[in-house]
Design a protein around this ligand. Sequence first.
Ligand code: B12
Ligand code: SF4
Ligand code: SF4
Length: 297
Amino acid sequence: MSVGITDLAPVPHGDVLDRWLEAGYAGTMRYMHRQARHRKEPSGIVSGADRAIVVLYNYYRDDSSEGVGGRVARYAWGVDYHIGLAPALEELSGFVSSLGDTGSVVRAYVDAGPVPERELAQRAGLGWIGKNTMLIDPQRGSFTFVATILTNVELALDVPFEADRCGSCTRCLEACPTGAFPAERVLDATRCISYLTIEFRGTVPDDLAHRTGNWVFGCDICQDVCPWNEKFARPTADQWLQFDGGRAWVAVDAFEQLDTTAFAERYGRTAFARPGLAGMRRNVAIARGNRKDGARG
Ligand code: B12
Ligand code: SF4
Ligand code: SF4
């Protein structure tokens, strides 16, 4: 885990978010439009808060197996991280509260909420934004969750991470099977396998479905090819990420026999709950089709 501290001044790349939304790259994620004001001016998120403590949490695990069935992005191999990270964040929040006066503002966020997490992480000195749009920690790579604690407890600020260590590399841009990067550091979410398998409800257009290969939940390709991950990613030993013995692959018939109650019992505490049973069945059906066609992601 690495931790950095920054203030909540307006983000310097708010215009990037505006252009991204205008281009329609958020697709059906309407909440990104609703949250835009706070994402650009994070001091408005929690009344009184003027500091962000930003935490990077390593979730990397190795998987060299050429499994059978559908492939799952690493971040979803364990218990849902919104649940798994809660105890660590509660403990850290308690510690931060103990540094301030009674009644200090201390509020933790991970993913949920209008917090511009990567932008704050860069400003808190934890890494740079790669061409694949990921926050890259020079000592760990990008297989990390970002969590933030917004507070008014007086804390010294860290120095922003100003360097761009991507250099002339373009591996991630070339490796994306769906062509989801219209430019460096710009991701058209509507073409991204992560969006198509997790956020998007409905029928995936054929031209994209053919390119999703065997991914049934999320996608790690633009991170797997990154030299900073190849060199520096180290497996975590955290127990909550080992849930279920890991779930790097799911069997093609994993969801066939389940009804919604059985699905909730089996997967309710995992990230699969977001697309739900119908979404996971759709994803598996696409992967099965691609296997027959010999299409690869
Ligand atoms: C919407 C969303 C998605 C969408 C869109 C992704 C995207 N790139 O925008 C979809 C569904 C596709 C998605 C996919 C994934 N996501 Co997501 N997602 C988010 C969410 C909720 C918002 C991201 C966002 O603001 N997008 C809008 C665009 C415009 O923002 P942006 O690309 O980050 O650009 C901002 C900054 O980078 C900055 N900026 C832009 N250019 C430059 C240049 C410089 C020099 C600097 C300094 C800054 C800068 O300005 C922009 C505006 O603030 C965040 C959580 C959160 N609350 O922020 C998680 C989050 C980004 N996702 C995360 C993860 C893990 C993933 C996946 C890896 C999951 C997977 N394996 O399938 C993929 C990765 C795909 C990818 N290459 O980004 C993590 C990333 C952790 C990290 N180390 O970076 C986050 C932070 C969640 C978390 N709390 O851990 N995600
Ligand atoms: S997560 Fe996969 S589909 Fe999405 S941008 Fe990265 S390589 Fe492309
Ligand atoms: S693959 Fe290369 S260009 Fe892409 S994020 Fe990693 S270092 Fe940057």
